[in-house]
Structure formats: structure tokens, C-alpha cells
Design a protein around this ligand. Structure first.
Ligand code: 8IG
Length: 283
């Protein structure tokens, strides 16, 4: 008896053969077609607590469910908004592409899914991106509700959104020019170092202590991989965090997601106004 070798199946060209940049091109084409806008100028990713800013930016020209754009998914987190909005910014002829949700690294969909929003924004014409998030505070000077400009980051995910020999410089990753501009709107905004952990669990007190020893001010589960992908895609980056809770061990009480949502809600109107004022100045 001879074993019949299993035939080698050659898959037809499929979506998995597509480069992440081709997928982003397809996504941008769908956004252009559905919105009727062949160009966007600035992208925003609205994280926990920040979604109210979209309404203040200007007139919404188009809304597309994220799940209907190639490579995007419905969000995994309650309180995140599953639509992409194109908004004509008040007092200018610039258009913002507002990504109401992001794919987090902890969702396990891989770094391509995390980076896809940045690549799509660049393919849609954007040259600047504002990355916002809700996060925990390590710096003992700050209280929940504090808004912090990201000055630099420490990526503790052990991952990169880049593939192959892509040696990208990350000096001034979070643009000094854009931080200066934010300071024109609110000179009291502090700057800090954002530390991304993989999540989805929050940190242990020992890990939060480590983040502080390493020079971190904030801990979160997003932003750093997106910032790296955004830099590769040629976008100028502004990172803004809302500290919604004291990080574990800094606070005497355990963290709860409900409290995080509550702190975000309490800060929402104030930070929405702040962000709209900053974006208005981003020529
Ligand atoms: I909102 O305390 C929010 N996101 N890693 N730690 C981490 N992510 C967060 C936290 C926090 N709060």
C-alpha cells in the first residue's frame, strides 16, 4: 500500500496576500466614495472620554459604520463609537477624518489591525493625526480628569507595527510643533511620558511602580503602536491623554472599568472643547 500524498493546495489570491498598504488604499477609496470627499487633511482617533469632541469640530459631512470599511472592525469596548466621520472644520476648508474607535493590540487581531487606521488616514490624504486616549496616572502630581500632552512614550508591548527592515527614527515622535500649538490653547497642560502595556488587564502595583522608575507618567493600552505606524506613514503626531484614574497602587482602592467610564463622562465636555480648539489651530 502506498500513501497517496496529500495534494498541495495553492490558495487563490486572497485578502491575506494583500499588503497592509494596499488594504489601507482600498479603505481610503471606500471612504472617498462613501463620503464624496477625495481628500482629508487631519485624522483624529477619539479614545475613552474623547468622543464628544467630534460634535464640536464642525459640520459632519459623512458617517460610515467602521465595520463597512475594509480592514476596520466594530469596536471591542463599550463606550467607543463604531463610526467614521468626515467633518468640515469650522472656520476653515480643512476636513477631519474622525476614527471613533481603534483596534487595540490586546484584541489579538495583530499589529496590522492596530496600525490600519493610521495607514488609511495617510492614504486618505491626512498629514497630521491627533491620538487621544484615556489612561491611568503614575505621576503623583496629577488627579483623575487631568489632560496631559504626550511628550514621548515607552512601548512595553514587545511588538512593533512595522514589518521587515523598517528602521524608523522616533526622535520627536510627538511633534514639538503641535505640542506648542496645544500650549497656545492651554498653557497649563503638562507633558508626560506614556507607557503602553499590552493589557487588557490593568497593571499590578509593582508594574506601575516600574513604569514610574522608568520615567513614565501615564499607563495605558493604546497609542504607542499607532504613533509608530503614523510616523512610518509620514503623519505629524499630537498625542493627548485624559487621566481617568490613578494607576494601580497609586490609588488605595482597586480600579474598576465603570469608574474609568464615569471619570471620562465627567471630563467629556471640558476636554471636547479643548480638543476642538486645538484642532482649529492645526493649519
Ligand atoms: I482608561 O490604569 C485606563 N486605561 N494600562 N492602566 C492601563 N490602561 C488604562 C488605565 C490604567 N486606565
Amino acid at each position: 500500500m502506498t500513501d497517496t500524498p496529500t495534494p498541495v493546495r495553492v490558495p487563490a489570491a486572497s485578502a491575506s496576500d494583500e499588503s497592509p498598504f494596499d488594504l489601507a488604499r482600498r479603505a481610503a477609496d471606500v471612504i472617498a466614495e462613501r463620503s464624496g470627499l477625495d481628500h482629508h487633511d487631519i485624522a483624529l482617533v477619539l479614545g475613552s472620554g474623547w468622543s464628544g469632541a467630534a460634535d464640536l469640530l464642525g459640520e459632519t459631512v459623512s458617517e460610515i459604520p467602521a465595520a463597512e470599511v475594509p480592514g476596520f472592525f466594530a469596536p471591542a469596548v463599550a463606550g467607543h463609537v463604531p463610526v467614521m466621520r468626515s467633518i468640515r472644520i469650522t472656520g476653515s476648508d480643512r476636513v477631519a477624518l474622525v476614527l471613533g474607535s481603534r483596534t487595540h493590540f490586546y484584541e489579538g487581531k495583530g499589529v496590522r489591525a492596530v496600525a490600519h487606521g493610521m495607514r488609511t488616514a495617510a492614504a486618505a490624504g491626512a498629514t497630521r493625526v491627533v491620538l487621544t486616549n484615556g489612561c491611568g496616572g503614575v505621576n503623583p502630581e496629577w488627579r483623575p480628569g487631568q489632560v496631559v500632552l504626550i511628550r514621548d512614550h515607552i512601548n512595553l508591548t514587545a511588538a512593533s507595527p512595522l514589518e521587515g527592515a523598517t528602521f524608523i527614527d522616533l526622535t520627536d515622535l510627538y511633534s514639538q510643533r503641535l505640542r506648542n500649538l496645544a500650549h497656545e490653547v492651554d498653557p497649563s497642560l503638562p507633558e508626560g511620558v506614556y507607557v503602553q502595556f499590552r493589557g487588557p488587564h490593568y497593571e499590578t502595583p509593582a508594574e506601575v511602580h516600574m513604569a514610574g522608575v522608568l520615567g513614565g507618567d501615564l499607563v495605558g493600552m493604546s497609542t504607542t503602536l499607532e504613533a509608530i505606524a503614523a510616523r512610518e506613514a509620514g503623519l505629524e503626531i499630537l498625542g493627548i491623554s485624559l487621566m481617568t484614574n490613578l494607576a494601580a497602587g497609586i490609588s488605595p482602592t482597586p480600579l474598576s472599568h465603570a469608574e474609568v467610564i464615569e471619570a471620562g463622562k465627567a471630563a467629556a465636555p471640558r476636554i471636547a472643547r479643548l480638543l476642538a480648539n486645538i484642532v482649529e489651530r492645526m493649519e
